[in-house]
Design a protein around this ligand. Sequence first.
Ligand SMILES: NC(=O)c1ccc[n+]([C@@H]2O[C@H](COP(=O)([O-])OP(=O)(O)OC[C@H]3O[C@@H](n4cnc5c(N)ncnc54)[C@H](OP(=O)(O)O)[C@@H]3O)[C@@H](O)[C@H]2O)c1
Length: 313
Amino acid sequence: MLTSKSTILVIGANSKTAEALSRIFQSFGRTNIVFLTSTATTIKSGNQEYGETIVADFTCRKDIKDICLQIQPSVIVNTAAFTNVDACETERQKAWTVNVIGVENLVHVCRLIEAHLIQFSTDYVFDGNDGPYIETAMPHPIGYYGKTKLASENVCVGSQIDYTIIRTNVLYGATRTLKADFVMWVLKKLGEEKPFSVVYDQFSNPTLIDDLAYLVEKIIQTRQTGIFHSGGQDWLNRYDFARKVAEVFKLNSDLISPMLTAELQQPAHRPLKGGLISLKAETTFGIKFSGVERGLLTMRRQLQYMGHREWAS
Ligand SMILES: NC(=O)c1ccc[n+]([C@@H]2O[C@H](COP(=O)([O-])OP(=O)(O)OC[C@H]3O[C@@H](n4cnc5c(N)ncnc54)[C@H](OP(=O)(O)O)[C@@H]3O)[C@@H](O)[C@H]2O)c1
C-alpha cells in the first residue's frame, strides 16, 4: 500500500468524475493515487486501471480513519454521493448517511492528518428561481438531495480544515462503462429510433467531466480553498441540449419534442433556472470550460477511442 505524503485519495472510484480524474492525473504524470470504492464487484468493470483501489465504506468512521492513518493522503477528493435526486426524497436516511455523515467522517480524518478536502456540491443547493448563480448567492434547496449537499457544504465550512467546495451541474462525459448521465440517456433514446420528449423549462450550463477534473488538478496544484462554481459556457434548456446531442452525434433530432417539467410529476422538485457562473474558477486558475458543442465533440471522440462505436461511429 502507498504511504507517501503526496498521496491523493479519491473517494467513489466508480463515479463519472473519478474516471475523468484518473485520466487527468495520468496526463499530469501523477503517481500515488488511491481510489476508494464501496462496491467490490464494480472494480471488475476496469473503471480504474490507474492507481490502487481499496474497497471500504467511507460512511464508517473507523474504516475510513484506519485507511487514512495508514496511507496518509495529503489530499482527499470526495466524488462519492447518493446522486439519484428522486430516490433521495424516499430514501432520506441513506441520502443523509452518504451525503452528510460520509463528509463528516472525511472532515474528521482530514483534521487528524492535516489533509486538504476537495468536496463536490451542486446547483441544487439553490431554488432555481434566478440562476445561473455566483458563489455568494444565497442557497435555498427545494429538494432533499440539495438539502443534504448544502448540509455537507456546511460541515466543511464549519470544520477549520483546508477545504475546497466545487459546485457543479449536469455532468456529462465519456466513461468506459457508459455510466448514466443526461447525454447517455438521450443517446440511448435516439438509438431506439422512437419519438420522446425532453423538458424545455429546465436551464443549466452542462459541465464536461474532463473540465471538472482539470479544475481539481489546478486546485491540488495551488491548494486553493473556498467555494468555486464550475459549469460550461452555454446556459441552455434540456430540450435544446438534447437536440445538440443529436446534431453532434449525427442522429435524428426530429425524434425529440419539448415538454414541461410539471408533466413528469417526479418525486423531487427541480430548480428550473439553475446553473453556475464559473468566472471565479476561470479567472483564478486561467481555465475555460467547454461549451456544449466542444464538450460533446470531445465526448464523441473519447467514446470512439474507448471502442463504443455504437454511440460514436
Ligand atoms: N452528476 C451530476 O450531474 C452532478 C451535478 C452536480 C453535482 N454533482 C456532484 O458531483 C459529485 C460527483 O458526481 P458523479 O455524477 O461523478 O457521481 P456518480 O457517477 O453518480 O457516482 C457516485 C459514486 O458515489 C459512490 N456511492 C454511491 N452510493 C454510495 C454509498 N451508499 N456509499 C458509498 N459510496 C457511494 C459510488 O462509487 P463507488 O461504487 O466506487 O463506491 C458511485 O459511483 C457528487 O458529489 C455529486 O453530488 C453531480
